[in-house]
Design a protein around this ligand. Structure first.
Ligand SMILES: C[S@@+](CC[C@H](N)C(=O)[O-])C[C@H]1O[C@@H](n2cnc3c(N)ncnc32)[C@H](O)[C@@H]1O
Length: 286
């Protein structure tokens, strides 16, 4: 077995090589990662986090009628919530993962129009000023945020609002620590490079991003949620099945039993029994 030092050298070599060759995880790969976790996503992640989606959605000014875009809609929670208080809303819900869209279809039962596309492809296909509201939760990082925000500003009507909620840069420190170790241990099996995802440092940086994209008024906030686990096995299951590592699971196969064993060992080694989710949200008006 390789020592940590050799593993680290090999990892750096592979990262450099794949970077130069452009052998990098694609938006489609990330969609496939979400296909794999779509069945357990609500239970493992959303049931705990949806209260923050609701906080963000409740801060939007919601007229009786509106055309709404639910970007990276996942299993359709935002659309369902909006329709529950504003049944006349016309909602287009977009996601890159078929698996997540299937869950959204079951939840929404035809009450919103669903589209399989990447956020940027869909936005670019929209006319200027076509939506009254856009919502995007836990997904902005998957495509260059500056481009997505600029497109959102373009397709929103004058006075329209964008509601966002997303991870902050330092979220899930426990997962990141374990993941780095996993990469070193499994450097020989890495086939593609997953680049660090762009998240804002804090609510001030989110506000800066929104203003740079041309939004007039912004209100931004920060929150934190701890996920605590009764056992290491439950924590390992969470790490490998929530989508928290979507895309990163292309570098190291998190379904592999040996890898799951390594994750559990590392949690025990570092004495970890909870995972800290740090996030920001905001409302921006055009
Ligand atoms: C953490 S989930 C959030 C889902 C939903 N917004 C929610 O609040 O539950 C992230 C979603 O982003 C989708 N996604 C990832 N990359 C995407 C892209 N480039 N374009 C569209 N959707 C994407 C995933 O398929 C997944 O459904």
């Amino acid at each position: 077995m390789w020592g940590i030092k050799m593993g680290r050298i090999h990892l750096y070599y592979k990262v450099l090589k794949y970077y130069i060759l452009g052998n990098i995880v694609t938006a489609g790969d990330i969609g496939n990662s979400y296909n794999r976790v779509s069945g357990g996503y609500n239970e493992q992640f959303l049931n705990t986090m949806q209260k923050y989606n609701v906080v963000m959605l409740s801060q939007l000014n919601l007229p009786k009628e509106a055309r709404v875009l639910d970007l990276a809609c996942g299993t359709g929670f935002n659309s369902e919530w909006l329709l529950s208080i504003r049944p006349k809303y016309q909602i287009d819900a977009v996601d890159i993962s078929e698996g997540m869209l299937k869950q959204a279809e079951m939840r929404l039962g035809g009450k919103a129009s669903l589209f399989k596309a990447s956020m940027l492809d869909f936005l670019k296909s929209c006319e200027d000023e076509s939506y009254d509201r856009i919502v995007c939760s836990w997904a902005l990082k998957y495509q260059p945020p500056a481009q997505v925000l600029k497109e959102c500003k373009r397709v929103l009507k004058a006075g329209g609002e964008l509601g966002l909620i997303l991870n902050s840069k330092n979220t899930l420190p426990e997962v990141r620590k374990i993941y780095k170790r996993l990469l070193i241990k499994n450097s020989k099996n890495i086939k593609k490079l997953m680049l660090e995802l762009p998240n804002p440092k804090d609510e001030r940086q989110l506000s800066h991003w929104l203003k740079k994209a041309g939004f007039q008024e912004t209100r931004t906030f920060r929150g934190m949620q701890k996920f605590s686990f009764a056992s290491t096995a439950a924590m390992t299951e969470w790490m490998t099945s929530t989508g928290a590592l979507a895309g990163f699971d292309v570098m190291v196969d998190l379904r592999d039993t040996a890898v799951k064993g390594q994750i559990s060992e590392l949690f025990i080694k570092y004495g970890m029994s909870s995972i800290t989710h740090d996030f920001v949200w905001g409302i921006a008006k055009k």
